[in-house]
Structures are given as structure tokens and as C-alpha cells.
Design a protein around this ligand. Structure first.
Ligand code: ADP
Ligand code: MG
Length: 250
């Protein structure tokens, strides 16, 4: 479902991704770990073309991201086409990024209405159903500022599902939360994983990785240093760098 092949990305002289490859099969969950600055966010942002890669290719459900191939040349997609591709990829950010002036239900209903997929009424019905999935149907008419951080992040998860994405990407979804609010967000993500959603999750929540991940990927300095089932990467890492990182986050 997600195929990242030999992706390179530099910002100026600084090469941030140095040939990253990662495959995530349909219905699987990959958890990405690695030190701050190792390129995790850049990798996720490349998957929905928020960053343009310099080399390599990314496909989601077989579709090349950001480019169209004609003969053996690649042409960058137009903004409209990029937005269309992006609508198949849910994204949950560290800082929720909800619209403060919209109610919870309108935050979730916004994309289906704005893209013309649903009219207002069915969009609200769908928003209520998605909010029900994350346990927040009764807060539909509240504003984000009236909710806890954990509740806001659960709204952001419901919103990420509003266009029926093929995959959902999470960039440190619990690292801005007070510790007592982390569990409710991880529970919502666990439900999503169990329902067969294809996910890449950047997180340092090792317990979540152990329980939910099909693959754990350790990224260090722009490279995948090791990847494999959680039992191997987390409990029996090959590399000293992985061991030393894990000893700091565990
Ligand atoms: P991580 O998410 O693993 O902490 P990032 O992908 O955010 O790492 O960043 C990797 C490196 O790329 C960092 O050194 C960061 O400063 C740099 N970087 C990220 N985005 C930009 C940008 N837009 N311009 C310049 N440098 C950037
Ligand atoms: Mg990051």
C-alpha cells in the first residue's frame, strides 16, 4: 500500500534523507523511531508531497506521489492533482492543527464539504459517526479550546478519516500531551489499527509499538538502520545506535 523507494531529500547542503526505503502492506502498521533530527517528519511529509523528494519514488496504492510519468520522464503534478492525491492520505500532527473557529463536528466535516464530496447534512452525519468512533460524539458542538489536548487529538484523528483515506500518517501524535492524556489517544489509534487501517506512526511510545506494530523502523541520520518485527528491533536490536536510543526512551 505504501512503497517508499530510495528516497533522498536535502535542505540546502544538508542531506536529511539519505536513501530511505520502506514498504507497508495494506492493513499493516509501521512504527518509526529515531532521534530528533533524524528525518522522520521529513519522511512522512514526503509521503503526501508536503516535501518534494530529490531522488527516489513514493507510491501509495500503486499511484506515484507528486509526479506523472510520461515515457521515461517525470512531470510534477499540478496543485489540484496534488490535493487530490493528498485527500487519500490522512495526516495527524503533533499539535492537532484543528480550526479554532469551527466546532468539533465542522472540523471533521470541513474536508468532505470543501472538496464537494458530501453536502452539509450527510457530512455532519458522517462527522458524528467518526466522532463516535473516537468516543467524542457528545462533544460535536464544542469548540477545540473547550476540549482537553487528548480530546483535540482524537478529533484530529476523526478528521483525518473524513475522506476515507487509504493510509493514515501520524507524526508524534502524543508528544504534545500531558502524560495522563496519552492513553486515550493511543487507544483510538489502536482501534484504527485493529480495523485494518494502513498506518505509519512516528512515536516514541514503545508499548504501542510492541502491541500494534507489524514493523518497527529505526531511523538514524537519514537512513533506516534497522527494521523488522517489534520483538526483534525492540528487544534484540542489532545496532549499538538502536540500543542506545531505546535505553533513553524506555
Ligand atoms: P525528525 O522529525 O526526525 O526530528 P525532521 O525531519 O523534522 O527530523 O528534520 C530533519 C532535519 O532536517 C533537521 O536537521 C531539521 O532541522 C532539518 N529540516 C527539516 N525541515 C527543514 C526545512 N524546511 N528547511 C531546512 N531544514 C529542515
Ligand atoms: Mg519530527
Amino acid at each position: 500500500m505504501i512503497e517508499i523507494r530510495d528516497v533522498h531529500k536535502s535542505f540546502g547542503q544538508h542531506e536529511v534523507l539519505k536513501g530511505v526505503s520502506l514498504h507497508v502492506a495494506a492493513g499493516e502498521v509501521a512504527v518509526v523511531l529515531g532521534p530528533s533530527g533524524s528525518g522522520k517528519s521529513t519522511l512522512l511529509r514526503s509521503v503526501n508531497h508536503l516535501e518534494k523528494v530529490d531522488r527516489g519514488q513514493i507510491r501509495v496504492d500503486g499511484e506515484l506521489i507528486g509526479y506523472r510519468r510520461r515515457g521515461n520522464k517525470l512531470y510534477e503534478l499540478k496543485e489540484r492533482e496534488v490535493l487530490k492525491q493528498r485527500s487519500a492520505i490522512g495526516f495527524v500532527f503533533q499539535n492537532f492543527n484543528l480550526f479554532p473557529h469551527l466546532t468539533v463536528a465542522d472540523n471533521v466535516a470541513e474536508a468532505p464539504v470543501a472538496t464537494g464530496r458530501l453536502r452539509r447534512k450527510p457530512a455532519r452525519a458522517k462527522a458524528l459517526e467518526l466522532l463516535g468512533r473516537v468516543g467524542l460524539a457528545e462533544r460535536a458542538d464544542a469548540y477545540p479550546r473547550q476540549l482537553s489536548g487528548g480530546q483535540q487529538q482524537r478529533v484530529a484523528i476523526a478528521r483525518a478519516l473524513a475522506l476515507d483515506p487509504k493510509v493514515v500518517l501520524f507524526d508524534e501524535p502524543t508528544s504534545a500531551l500531558d502524560p495522563e492524556l496519552v492513553g486515550e489517544v493511543l487507544d483510538a489509534m489502536l482501534d484504527l489499527a485493529r480495523s485494518g487501517t494502513t498506518m505509519i506512526v512516528v512515536t516514541h511510545e514503545i508499548g504501542f509499538a510492541r502491541e500494534v506494530a507489524d514493523t518497527v523502523v529505526f531511523i538514524d541520520d537519514g537512513r533506516v538502520l534497522e527494521q523488522g518485527p517489534p520483538a526483534r528491533v525492540l528487544d534484540n536490536p542489532e545496532h549499538e545506535r538502536t540500543r542506545s536510543f531505546l535505553s533513553k526512551v524506555l
